[in-house]
Design a protein around this ligand. Structure first.
Ligand SMILES: [Fe+2]
Length: 240
């Protein structure tokens, strides 16, 4: 059994296209998409159109909430831009997404943590370019009350796979469409596979037309996204 795990597309249709081509090449039994789908300066409506035609399980991220309701604290310029690009039907689709979901009986899906789409699970957020990592007890505490062998999360854009002491897996595939501080513009997505020894994870990292995406972002009035889209060295402060 093989599952493609996509998260944090952020309206980047060239990156999404490259990832879906790779998913088709690899072959999967299912696709899950963990939120922050459209908020970004490249092509929000194109991403929404692609996702709405995709046979997948979707949940919403914090930026999806902020795109649907621009009055929420946290909502910013890219959310406003994305909302302005979407059709009424696309906005309705976005507004109806659940906060969490599951794939079959085995994979729990959330954006940040099981209870909050703004809280990072496997990585803390940055102060400048510095990030700290949580300890084991903090990571394990967030699966309390849930009984799944695998938990897939996004939000931090940092790929990471954690095996809890009881064998359960917490997996963040990184971001499809917006790379931060890692020095690579390549798109990321995850594959979860169930084998006789249990669930294994990997992150696929692939090139796409990131120059084209940066040009689209600049044409849409967001030249400051170039550093993230072209080099992947940008810190989160450059993306507002
Ligand atoms: Fe995100």
């Amino acid at each position: 059994m093989r599952l493609a795990v996509l998260s944090d597309i952020h309206g980047n249709s060239p990156a999404l296209e490259a990832v879906l081509e790779d998913v088709a090449r690899v072959g999967v039994d299912g696709i899950v998409v963990l939120g922050d789908h459209v908020s970004g300066p490249v092509d929000p409506a194109g991403v929404a159109a692609t996702l709405m035609g995709l046979d997948a399980v979707f949940i919403r991220g914090n930026h999806d909430r902020w795109t649907v309701d621009l009055g929420l604290p946290g909502s910013g310029a890219v959310d406003r831009f994305a909302r302005g690009q979407l059709s009424a039907e696309q906005l309705d689709w976005l507004a109806a997404l659940p906060a969490t979901a599951q794939w079959g009986d085995e994979v729990f899906l959330c954006h940040g943590t099981p209870t909050d789409d703004e809280t990072p699970w496997l990585d803390s957020f940055f102060k400048g370019r510095t990030a700290t990592l949580p300890d084991e007890a903090s990571v394990a505490a967030l699966v309390e009350g849930l009984d799944f062998p695998v938990y897939a999360c996004g939000h931090t854009h940092m790929p990471r796979s954690v095996r809890l002491a009881d064998g359960r897996l917490v997996f963040n595939p990184g971001a499809v469409g917006m790379q931060l501080v890692r020095g690579s513009p390549d798109a990321r997505y995850g594959l979860l596979e169930k084998h006789s020894r249990g669930w294994q994870s990997r992150v696929n990292i692939l090139p796409y037309d990131h120059e084209g995406a940066a040009v689209m972002a600049a044409e849409n009035g967001f030249p400051q996204w170039r550093a993230s889209l072209v080099s992947g060295w940008a810190g989160p402060e450059s993306l507002r």
